[in-house]
Ligand binder design. Structure first.
Ligand SMILES: Cc1ncc(COP(=O)(O)O)c(C=O)c1O
Length: 477
């Protein structure tokens, strides 16, 4: 006889167990090794080859999270997680994800959950206000900055009036070569968007950055002018506030001037850096962004909201809608024309109720609480940068505008880049093998850098100090 499917009372007891589990996990995560300690294939080997024929009790399934999966988890919620960008599954965020799953609404249309659509609009407006973006802009939540940027650039392509939506791009003699621009420090999602949108990798020009890794607006102006003279049609520029490697900030006002001169769409990738603008002293990082056509900010990076949650703002929702809206007969509603149907503003029809967790996060911390957390991270990064600068055998490799520090061990007399790389790989290897911290690396114009990115809710001075002590220990051999 088949096992009875889970009931609401079984759910209640499993959720009580899960609630205890989540709270205990947050308490103990700092004692677990931050980086998973398994070999490739080890977790898969511990899992049954085939799906169970009969249903299993929720309690047994939950028990297997600890037994089978936890050893293969890299703990992004660990206070020692300082690789890539540190992120947080905060208590209100966990609550929001849980309730969203229970509601399981799909806000593709306003009527398929008015509260989801209207909450999304209102929370995005709150955040626009907190980070200094115009509050009248349209905003929507997508899964990732990669999707947000692709959507923005699709809108830019449509706004060019080339009727690509209808006629496509292939075999069209009337279509000039199309071009987008970004810096050589931009995230790979910009290039991926160009691949997806049919411009190809050659349709993206990477403008060199200056010594502090910021796009050279003068070289952008030159490149665009040269392309125009050669018959190329410039469509869009993607500037970055907080680049992935060093968190440098492109000169958005100067870039906006170039865009205005040539009628190009300006998209700002503030996926990481945008959150910092909730701190009033950091507001300046968004200078010029109000002149953009679209901006992306990722609360799942540095606004304590669990993955996934990316905010796409645009001053030109009509162009975004023109790129994506396609309404089959079965999705028309009596309210059409009078409400926002979020399915009109992107590729996916269905959408998770992501606004719920973001709303809970913003309410639970408040604007001041969020600002205090972010200021704390910036302070920790500055402290680490100062410690690095105080050590003659260590070298800071980039300015520290946010909470990410790029540096390397550079003992006097060793100037061969391959040797420096080997030394610093060993430093990172030592830290990451220890289990108390996880840091990553990047390449800065041929120089291999250790990269420490502070962003987890629970990261405190002691965690940064542990990583730094481990590095110096490795360097001392
Ligand atoms: C500046 C920047 N933009 C975009 C992305 C892509 O973010 P997502 O993972 O949300 O697509 C990243 C990821 O780290 C990033 O650093």
């Amino acid at each position: 006889m088949a096992t009875a499917p889970p009931t609401s009372s079984e759910l209640r007891s499993a959720l009580e167990q899960a609630a205890d589990w989540c709270a205990a996990y947050l308490d103990r995560v700092g004692d677990l090794p931050v980086l998973a300690q398994v070999e490739p294939g080890e977790i898969a080997a511990a899992l049954p080859e085939h799906a169970p024929r009969e249903g299993e009790p929720l309690a047994d399934i939950l028990a297997d999270v600890d037994r089978i999966l936890i050893p293969g988890i890299t703990h992004w919620n660990h206070p020692g997680f300082m690789a890539y960008f540190g992120i947080s599954g905060s208590p209100p965020g966990i609550l929001g994800e849980t309730v969203a799953a229970a509601l399981n609404v799909n806000a593709m249309l306003w009527r398929t959950s008015p509260a989801a659509t209207e909450l999304e609009g209102r929370v995005l407006r709150w955040i626009a206000e907190l980070i200094g973006l115009p509050t009248g802009w349209f905003g929507e939540i997508t899964d990732t900055a990669s999707a947000s940027t692709m959507y923005a650039l699709a809108a830019a392509r449509e706004a060019a009036g080339l009727d690509i939506r209808t006629r496509g791009m292939a075999g069209r003699a009337d279509l000039p070569p199309l071009r987008m621009y970004t810096s050589d420090q931009a995230h790979s999602s910009v290039e991926k968007a160009c691949i997806a949108l049919g411009l190809g990798q050659e349709g993206l020009t990477k403008i060199p950055s200056d010594a502090e890794f910021r796009m050279r607006a003068d070289l952008l102006a030159e490149a665009v002018a040269g392309d125009v003279a050669a018959g190329v049609r410039p469509l869009a520029v993607v500037a970055t506030v907080g680049t992935t490697s060093t968190t440098s900030i492109d000169p958005v006002p100067a870039i906006a001037d170039v865009c205005a001169e040539h009628g190009m769409w300006l998209h700002v990738d503030a996926a990481y850096g945008g959150s910092a603008a909730v701190v009033s002293e950091m507001r300046g990082v968004m200078d010029g962004c109000a002149r953009a056509d679209s901006v992306v900010v990722n609360p799942h990076k540095w606004l304590f909201t669990p993955v996934d949650c990316s905010l796409l703002y645009t001053a030109r929702p009509g162009d975004l809608k023109a790129a994506f809206s396609l309404v089959p007969a079965y999705l028309t509603t009596p309210e059409d024309g009078g409400v926002v149907n979020l399915m009109d503003y992107g590729l996916s029809l269905g959408r998770r109720f992501r606004a719920l967790k973001l709303w809970m996060v913003v309410r639970a911390y408040g604007a001041d609480g969020l600002a205090a957390l972010i200021s704390g991270h910036i302070e920790l990064a500055r402290r680490l940068a100062a410690a690095i600068e105080a050590e003659p055998a260590w070298e800071l490799l980039a300015p520290v505008p946010f909470s990410t520090v790029c540096f390397r061990f550079h003992p006097p007399g060793v100037d061969d880049e391959a040797e420096l790389r080997r030394l610093n790989e060993a430093v990172i290897g030592h830290v990451n093998a220890d289990g108390r911290a996880f840091v990553s690396h990047t390449d800065l114009g041929g120089r291999y850098a250790v990269r420490v990115a502070i962003g987890n809710l629970a990261t405190a001075a002691e965690h940064v100090d542990t990583a730094w002590d481990l590095m110096r220990e490795a360097a001392a051999g």
